[in-house]
Design a protein around this ligand. Structure first.
Ligand SMILES: Nc1nc2c(ncn2[C@@H]2O[C@H](COP(=O)(O)OP(=O)(O)OP(=O)(O)O)[C@@H](O)[C@H]2O)c(=O)[nH]1
Ligand SMILES: [Mg+2]
Length: 709
């Protein structure tokens, strides 16, 4: 068997690279109608022919070979670093035929790297609608590399593409025959010097190494020094050379557009997208519609999800009741029912909400509306130190902060990117949903306001808005603190509106639900077993003493009501004396000012690593101290029956609100801290983030508790 050939997919953002990657490899890389979806490289395998397999590398989109943002840099490294493990044998450029002129700039730069190149032209369907006819043969002749029309969305043109890859692999086709422009002429002597240092590279690659030598990690110290000396000697002017290069490229592209492309009068056909944008980007209606869309998004998370949630909850209640009936009455059954099933049930309930949330966000992106939201909100965002491009991370943060923080890579300005990363975790992510939902059910009356708005739905929306406004507020403060080096600007291409691919929406929903259940499930499984143990055993003979005390009391009465009452008291006193109880009581003083009892205190600790553990912890703690008839009562019912020792209910409006606010602001997610460390390449920012969010959470909860009680 042959070694697979390495094929890198590059091209402008939103041109269809990931779509092609998926079509070739059968994988499920994220595809969306939004420029800058892919922010990291991803590798897969494809069968090119009977004999040939390819390793396909999907890369972030780039407008030119001069990287302006962190995601573009990922691609730049793969293309320029000759020693990179990902250095491709073939570069497959994906170019958007409906925006050919702009796409050709990047194509022309790649051609000049003088590696085997194929151009895949996507969006031919859109080009045709725009009245653009492209002469593929002519284009091929002008560029000197094979050009293949493909539509990865519909799996068209793939056999021909593979044929071309095969030809290159058999070396029937070489590298581009001639330079697109006269690169040598741009900086003759410098390029020769660089080529002496780094042999075997094209003139244009040498130009890039000259321009960026100080930042390229693959150059040795000696190489850098020699190049830098040469640059000084020859008075290399980077800015001027680059400007000359771009001018020359566009001059040739203009010529190519003339010979190979026929454009009808663009005024003749106003595209559907423009018509829709007249409304959706309207100065008044645009913002109005944006608000309505956001409102519907949050109402549906709450309203639509409530039906399947009730079903799941009833299902888990039935399962634990049934298990208790059929299994022998022993410790193992107890762990299984009160530890594992209770914990899993606590999480499974939230699957519908998480699926709806991810489904709706995918719809926003896939139709092209997400990019409009960026456009509409850019002015507002800029005032608080963010950018229109911060909107995508912020909105995705509603689902999960981890991918959202990575999405900030396509923000060019360093300060704006940093602030976006710092405030994104304030957006209420899906792991907070379980806590909000259960607290709202406990303390907010289920009635309608103004006849048609559900009060729980409104509170839920309020919490999301609170997260958003806090993010904006903190951003504004950070804007004053963090120093900026570069100027801020906003360039975003608005993609055409497209029908969403329902299959994509469906797979995203299932995928995210799976991840949530599996990831949360694993942690919850372990934590519930540990917790069950901590809650069932106690230090010394304290547990035995409690049992003895109640056995004594129970002998003194025959009244069945009184007996049952004693039973319940014994359960809760045992729990109080268990290891968990002792630990909880130790931290109670710290959380009592916020209105939390020791059980919530324990849940705060266990959910420190990940918020979704809160509900599982509650489920275990509340199941353990209960007597058996209560096994099929839901967690919500058990929690609403919870009392302080003096008989006051634990879950009052004040405690509920305080708890929700705490979880809204606290940084309780290891994964997020880890990703912030990776994206900012320092521990400084995750530490600052952790500290400011924890203080914010504590102080706000304290205030809210005192206001409401
Ligand atoms: N009409 C049409 N749409 C296409 C075609 N190819 C891809 N698309 C759509 O174009 C959008 C962008 O596709 P992606 O594969 O995410 O693009 P990408 O190049 O990976 O984008 P980034 O990762 O942001 O750089 C999606 O909505 C695709 O369904 C095509 O040939 N015709
Ligand atoms: Mg992509």
């Amino acid at each position: 068997m042959q070694v697979p050939i390495k094929i890198a997919l590059v091209g402008n953002p939103n041109s269809g690279k990931s779509s092609l990657f998926n079509a070739l490899t059968g994988l499920n890389q994220k595809v969306s109608n939004f420029p800058g979806v892919t922010v990291d490289k991803k590798t897969g395998t494809a069968k090119i022919s009977e004999q040939l397999t390819g390793t396909i590398i999907d890369l972030p989109g780039t407008y030119s070979l001069y990287p302006k943002s962190a995601d573009e840099l990922v691609t730049y490294d793969v293309l320029i670093d000759t020693n990179s493990a990902d250095a491709p044998d073939i570069i497959l450029i994906i170019a958007d035929a409906s925006n050919l002129k702009r796409n050709l700039l990047f194509c022309s730069q790649i051609i000049d790297l003088k590696k085997p190149v194929i151009i895949g032209l996507t969006m031919m369907d859109l080009a045709r609608k725009k009245g653009v006819e492209i002469d593929l043969m002519g284009l091929e002749r002008e560029l000197g590399v094979p050009v293949v029309a493909i539509n990865p969305r519909k799996n068209k043109g793939l056999p021909e593409l593979k044929k071309n890859i095969e030809l290159i692999a058999q070396q029937k086709f070489g590298i581009p025959a001639r330079d697109f422009i006269d690169n040598k002429g741009l900086a003759n002597e410098v390029l020769e010097d660089v080529q002496k240092e780094v042999p075997g590279i094209s003139d244009y690659a040498a130009l890039h190494i000259a321009a960026n030598s100080s930042e390229l990690a693959f150059l040795s110290h000696q190489q850098k020094q020699n190049i830098s000396t040469s640059l000084q000697q020859r008075k290399f002017n980077k800015t001027k050379v680059q400007a000359d290069e771009i001018m020359q490229r566009y001059a040739r592209i203009k010529h190519i557009m003339k010979v190979a492309v026929v454009e009808k009068d663009p005024l003749e056909t106003q595209l559907q997208t423009e018509k829709i944008d007249n409304l959706l980007l309207h100065r008044f209606w645009g913002y109005f519609i944006l608000l309505v869309v956001m409102f519907l998004l949050f109402q549906s998370i709450f309203l639509v999800a409530s039906y399947p949630m009730d079903l799941i909850e009833a299902g888990f209640g039935a399962i634990s009741g049934w298990l208790t009936d059929i299994l022998p009455d022993n410790k193992i059954t107890d762990i299984l029912v009160n530890g594992v099933v209770a914990g899993l049930g606590g999480v499974a309930v939230f699957i519908p909400q998480i699926m709806i949330l991810f489904g709706l966000i995918t719809l926003l992106e896939d139709t092209g509306y997400m990019a409009r939201i960026s456009f509409l909100t850019d002015r507002l965002m800029r005032q608080v130190g963010l950018n229109g491009k911060s909107v995508m991370p912020l909105i995705s943060g509603v689902a999960c902060a981890v991918p959202a923080i990575m999405a900030a890579r396509n923000i060019e300005n360093r300060k704006e990117r940093l602030i976006t990363i710092m405030v994104t975790p304030l957006m209420s992510c899906s792991a907070r949903l379980p806590i909000y939902t259960i607290m709202i059910a406990l303390v907010i009356p289920d009635r309608n306001v103004l006849g048609f708005l559900s009060l729980p739905g409104l509170v839920m929306m309020g919490l999301y808005l609170l997260g958003f406004f806090m993010a904006i507020f903190i951003a504004a403060i950070m804007k004053l603190i963090i120093k900026a080096k570069e100027k801020s600007y906003f360039i975003m291409e608005l993609p055409v509106y497209r029908a969403p691919r329902w299959k994509n929406v469906g797979t995203t929903m299932i995928e995210k639900a799976k991840i949530f259940v599996v990831d949360a499930g694993k942690v919850i499984l372990v934590i519930s077993i540990i917790l069950w143990f901590l809650a069932s055993y106690g230090p010394g003979d304290r547990m035995a003493q409690v049992t003895a005390k109640y056995e004594q009391l129970q002998k003194q009465t025959t009244d069945s009501v009184e007996l049952a009452d004693l039973d319940r008291q014994m359960g809760s006193e045992k729990l109080s004396n268990s290891y968990a109880g002792v630990l909880g009581h130790a931290i109670e003083p710290a959380v009592k000012p916020l209105g939390f009892d020791w059980k919530i205190g324990i849940a705060l600790i266990t959910s420190f690593a990940a918020r979704e553990v809160f509900v599982g912890t509650m489920a275990t703690l509340y199941s353990v101290g209960e007597n058996e008839e209560d096994n099929d009562a839901t967690l919500r019912e058990k929690m609403s029956a919870a009392r302080w020792t003096d008989g006051r209910p634990v879950y009052t409006l004040a405690t509920g609100m305080s708890l929700m606010i705490f979880y809204a602001f606290a940084m309780q997610c290891m994964s997020t801290l880890a990703i912030v460390k990776r994206e900012t390449k320092s521990w400084k920012y995750p530490i600052i983030q952790f500290v400011y969010m924890t203080i914010l959470a504590y102080v706000s909860s304290l205030a809210v508790y005192n206001i409401f009680s």
